[in-house]
Design a protein around this ligand. Sequence first.
Ligand code: 5GP
Length: 213
Amino acid sequence: MENSKAKGLLIVISGPSGAGKGTICKRLLQKHPELNLSVSATTRLPRSGEIDGVNYYFMTKDEFKNKIEDGDFLEYAEVYDNYYGTPKSNVEEILNSGKDVILEIDIQGALKVKENSKNGIFIFILPPSMEELKQRIIKRGSETPESLMKRFKSAYKEINFVSRYNYAVVNDEVETATEKIEAIINAEKCRVDRLKHSILDSKEDLIHEQLYD
Ligand code: 5GP
């Protein structure tokens, strides 16, 4: 057997700001505590209720830049004047132990991960409409009018990147969108190219017997 322990799945959930990827990830994790959400680092200030080490690792720009130089990030991006990055060691550790990881990251970051990962699953969350997206960004209420406008304009451009992803899920209803992502994960786990180093190898004789003998 080439590899006795299969690696976990790297699941990247991405999409424009306001598409609802945060809400979907939260629901997915409630239903599946066995999934692990990667906690990102950021230079933006904590919003009310956010906890360091839980929602993000909050840090200064200098601290963040040192980590970039040390090669500590799987990917990082500048999003709305702040840096955001995925700590590499956490993700690798979880995947190597055979557990699945979810990255909830912006589109620039997701595309960087895609360049280096053949096996990742890339899911794009689409809003039901651009008007709905605008309303969601406004309702979030934590933005200044300028940053709100900035988020909306970039969301408009970002929608075009959907073609670079493996899956697109329209978030018209959180429960339905979450179920679609569960279905994607389940299907990915059944792919023969993912199974061939684990179950199929150990069942090789059995399969051979049933099919050919
Ligand atoms: P927020 O400030 O609303 O928490 O996040 C702003 C954007 O940054 C969201 O689109 C979020 O998905 C993205 N983001 C969060 N963490 C990361 C990360 O580690 N890397 C990248 N590239 N984007 C991230």
